[in-house]
Ligand binder design. Structure first.
Ligand SMILES: Cc1cc2nc3c(=O)[nH]c(=O)nc-3n(C[C@H](O)[C@H](O)[C@H](O)COP(=O)(O)OP(=O)(O)OC[C@H]3O[C@@H](n4cnc5c(N)ncnc54)[C@H](O)[C@@H]3O)c2cc1C
Length: 437
């Protein structure tokens, strides 16, 4: 009998999850595990995971547990160092190998390397992009440095992503490992297939606070509901005109939190986009959703090419190390810089865990160019706060604004006064977020 472990990482779903489908085919018994890292501080002196991300993840794991149960399996949650704990679980349940999705960022790669050094047969599978790396018209190591060149090459080669896979309906049963005290000490949750898991109060995806701000309900069920609802209305047809607005639920897709934890895949979004275009017609707006999803892929593929170099203070262009003003950084985090648009943005981020793309750019630029701070501190603050934190997109966008990535134009500086005139002419956004919630 083949026993295996499936290690959920940023792929908390049953549909279009090729790594999970592979594990389900290969194993006779499958133990499904999620490992929470032990609480940790960033080097800038605050918790790496803030409350919004924690809540969103909690929803997503509860939903995953319900869906696994419906497929005849169960979720085990543990807390601690994955590379230390997973080999113990492998031994305890007699598993021959461990399946998981592949994550091409330094900390996540190091986890897999340590598992392999501990003798674990790890079977990572790349699945988080819309485009399959093997379908690209160049090897990922030869990725064009300029996004436009990448996009044009992809579009010319008509590299269409494969359509998404249906949900795994039935999983092999879980083995019943006898747990010793060392394993029990790190156990957060152990479901059995028969366990009752309370249904969420609502599973409708993105709803609104009284201020018409997004309130994100995590999980694959909520993500599917949101995807379906977004494309059943006409929003995709006007996305390009609305995407630069600052607040509300409808001006952009709000797919990012679900994509970040893998509650939906980029291929599922693409499939829904194509169905919308077939039914209601393609236009510049529907094209622009594809365009933005390509940016997401591009930042992922950049990691194939440059890896750890993307995490240096100087980034890719050997710029001198950044200066840093710790007091100014603390004021920026609290929304007390004295620049109304930036402060409003930082208040919204702290209150909701979400910020429009435009305001992310303005806030990041202000930290780097006006306050003279290290871009990596800003990236770490976004990591802690954003419900859609995604290592590739966060790192890539911060490097881009800081002018330390691949962008040939150098850094992108945004004048907050001009941005406020253009995007918040009546001052409604600044008034809404003039103080913390
Ligand atoms: C400094 C900074 C940090 C950022 N950090 C993150 C992050 O941690 N996680 C994250 O998902 N996005 C990040 N972004 C990108 C972007 O702001 C968000 O993806 C977007 O605002 C999410 O809202 P949405 O889903 O409504 O996007 P939409 O405008 O509806 O776009 C559709 C999808 O395209 C992708 N996308 C859109 N813009 C970008 C972009 N600039 N880069 C990469 N993918 C993009 C996202 O997956 C998004 O869900 C960051 C941007 C900046 C400037």
């Amino acid at each position: 009998m083949k026993v295996a472990i499936y290690w959920f990482r940023n792929d908390l779903r049953l549909a279009d999850n090729p790594a999970l489908s592979l594990a389900a085919r290969e194993a006779d018994r499958l133990l499904c595990i999620y490992c929470h890292p032990a609480a940790a501080e960033s080097r800038w002196g605050f918790a790496r995971v803030g409350p919004h991300r924690r809540h969103f993840l909690r929803d997503a794991l509860d939903d995953l547990a319900r869906n696994l149960r419906a497929a005849g399996n169960a979720l085990i949650e543990i807390e601690g160092d994955a590379a230390t704990l997973l080999p113990q679980w492998i031994r305890t349940c007699g598993a021959g190998c461990l399946f998981c999705e592949s994550i091409n960022a330094p900390e996540e790669l190091a986890e897999v390397e340590r598992l392999q050094s501990a003798g674990v047969d790890v079977r990572p599978l790349w699945q988080s992009t819309m485009l399959c790396p093997a379908d690209l018209p160049f090897s990922p190591a030869q990725l064009p440095d300029v996004f436009t060149v990448f996009r044009q090459a992809v579009e010319k080669a008509i590299t269409l992503p494969a359509l998404s896979l249906p949900p795994v309906q039935k999983l092999p049963a879980a083995p019943a490992p006898g747990l010793d005290q060392a394993l029990k000490d790190h156990l957060v949750r152990q479901d059995s297939p028969a366990a009752e898991i309370a249904a969420p109060a609502t599973a409708s995806g993105v709803s609104s606070f009284p201020y018409r701000l997004p309130a994100f309900m995590g999980g694959e069920t909520a993500a599917s509901a949101h995807l379906q609802r977004y494309f059943s209305g006409g929003l995709a047809g006007t996305y390009k005109e609305t995407r630069d607005q600052l607040s509300g639920t409808a001006y952009s897709t709000k797919f990012s939190p679900y994509l970040a934890l893998g509650c939906i895949s980029a291929r599922q979004v693409y499939t829904a986009l194509k169905a919308y275009e077939a039914a209601r017609g393609a236009n510049q707006s529907t094209y622009w959703i594809w365009f933005e999803l390509l940016w997401r892929d591009y930042f992922r593929f950049l990691h194939f090419k440059y890896g750890r170099a993307l995490y240096r203070s100087g980034g890719l262009n050997d710029a001198p190390p950044c200066a840093h003003d710790a007091a100014a950084f603390a004021r920026w985090c609290r929304g007390e810089t004295g620049e109304p648009l930036v402060d409003a943005a930082m208040h919204e981020l702290a209150a909701t865990g979400y910020l429009s793309n435009r305001l992310r750019q303005v806030a990041a630029s202000y930290l780097i160019y006006d306050l003279g701070c290290d871009w990596r501190a800003g990236a770490a603050w976004f990591e802690a706060q954003l419900v859609d934190y995604d290592v590739y997109s966060n790192q890539g966008n911060w490097l881009y604004i800081a002018g330390r990535g691949t962008d040939p134009r150098g850094g992108r500086r945004f004048n907050p006064v001009k941005q406020a005139q253009e995007h918040d002419a009546r001052g409604r956004y600044r008034a809404l977020w003039s103080s913390p919630l």
